[in-house]
Design a protein around this ligand. Sequence first.
Ligand code: ZN
Length: 649
Amino acid sequence: MVQPQMVSVLPLFSALEDLTQLHKFYVLLPHQLRLMRQVGKLTIEDVLNYETGEQVSAYIFFKKPLDEITEHRSELQKAIQGYREPLYVCYYCKQLIRIRGGNFNSGKSKKDSFHFAHLKDSAACHIKTNHVYTREEVDRIKYNGAKESALHIHLKEQIAAYLNKNRLFKKGVSSVEIEKVVKSKLIEKEWRKPDINASFQDKRVAIELQLSTTWLSVITGRQHFYQEEGSYIPWVFHKFSLDDDVRKLTYNDVIFTNHHNAYVFDEECSRKSDLENDLVLKCYYKKYYRQGLEIMDTWEMTYVTLSDLTFDTVSYKVYFHDAKKEKREVELAVARERNRRALLEREQENEAEKRRAAQARILEQRKAEEKRRIAAHTELKENLSKLTQQLHGLQQEKDSAERKAQRLQERVENRMQILTNLIAFADKTYDLITGKSRSNPFHRNFEYGHYEMVNTLRAEFLETGKELEASFARAFVEKGYWLKKQADLPTLGQITIAGVSYQILPEVDQYFQLIRPHYARVKYIPKSAVGTLFEGAELRSVLSETNLLEVFTKSSLFLLVEHGQDVLTFSDKVEACQRSISRIDEMQVELKIQLQDRIKQTFEAEIADSKLEKSNIEISSEALDGEISVLQAEVVSLKSVLDDLRGSF
Ligand SMILES: [Zn+2]
């Protein structure tokens, strides 16, 4: 909205009709314009479009393309010459306005020199007479001026006509008054009255038509005035921009003081009014709604008649849709939603906190459980290890018992074997003790302490044994001696005398000694008598040893011993020796039997001991078996428990 400021520099230029000196300022940008205004300004800044009621600002208008400006200039010229209705007029004197300038020779931009100007022979105007108006006066002049435009008058009459139709069709309107416009070139001292005054259902309704948005600040100021008068005053626009950016600067003041409702009367409304026989307006209103936590708004439009509107008896506002109330409700809804969300969030946080706490508890329980399980596992493992060691120990014990039993069994068997061959074993023992043999029959049984047994036996049997052995040896040597002697004896001749066989004793000393004790058995015969008839008679006996000696040396005699009488050998000596040997032999046998008995006694005792020991071992081994199987079962069950535990980690 261009709201020109009347500043004190204006009088300096007001006398100048031709403002070519200031051309250079016309094309400046808005911020430069502001700067410029501090220096100087155009004589005619705004003119009234008499056709539409709109204000035309020189600063904006002369920025239009050259052809548009030229076209307008031509139209203005036609109006001046009376070929058409007035177009642009001076707000103050209402005289026609023309466009001047267009000096293309200065080397500057073509539009530089354009400006609005009065006609040369125009009547007096305040701009020319250096009159200074107050802001309120300028506003009033411009506002009233706009109401004189053709469009304004046309629309005003149309609206009044439709209100009259309403009245005729008895739709609530009881009277319609239209404000007459008296064209005047004088400065109007008062604000014009509302365009149309009507009575609607005993309410005073003043309709104000607004073609330009220039005067909205004026409108808001005047609204108050009407309220005090007890009139409802719906402001009616000719067009309405839904573009918020444009509208913000223009309609908002009015709209927002009217429950966000804006009324528009345009061609479409006119057509609808014809059909309805009533005044039909477009009502634009803000619709508020909630989107999440945001308050959103959108414009909506509907066609309304006076009957559709709400007349607020307190504020004197007229509205179709109470957007203010709706906004408050939406704000409340947003607040409720915000609360609800905050509450929900708090609840969710509480829930989450509870869940976290529960999870922490579960975690802790799990940890404790884990700890317990590990402890149990460790303890079980230790127990298992102990049990396994125990089991191992028992098994070793059992193995050792079995080995011992085995050894005892072997010993028993060995002893039995010895007892079976007791005679041979005793012989060997005898030979060992007497030193006849170095072969020790106890050799394989050292571990049983048989040195002692050997020593005992030796102590008991050695002397006797040795003696027997020595006697045996002596007897044997003697026997040998005599056998040798016998073998050394010369061979005996044989002779038969008188049918009896005799052995002839040779004249050898050996035989003399041999025969001497047996002289009585010796006979003799003269060699000459042998083979004679007398030989039997000649045979004589030796009478004494002396006789034997006598006859032994006589070579004429044969000394004879009857054949079969063993006196010519050492056989008796040999026999004696042999008897001695036999006796010793018997004594040895006797000794060996004693030895056998001793060995038998010892070994039988040993066997009995071993058997008893073995049986005891077997009994304890069985007990061990029982213990082991119990332990094994325990180990198996512990292992399975351990496996279960391990599986649960
Ligand atoms: Zn004027």
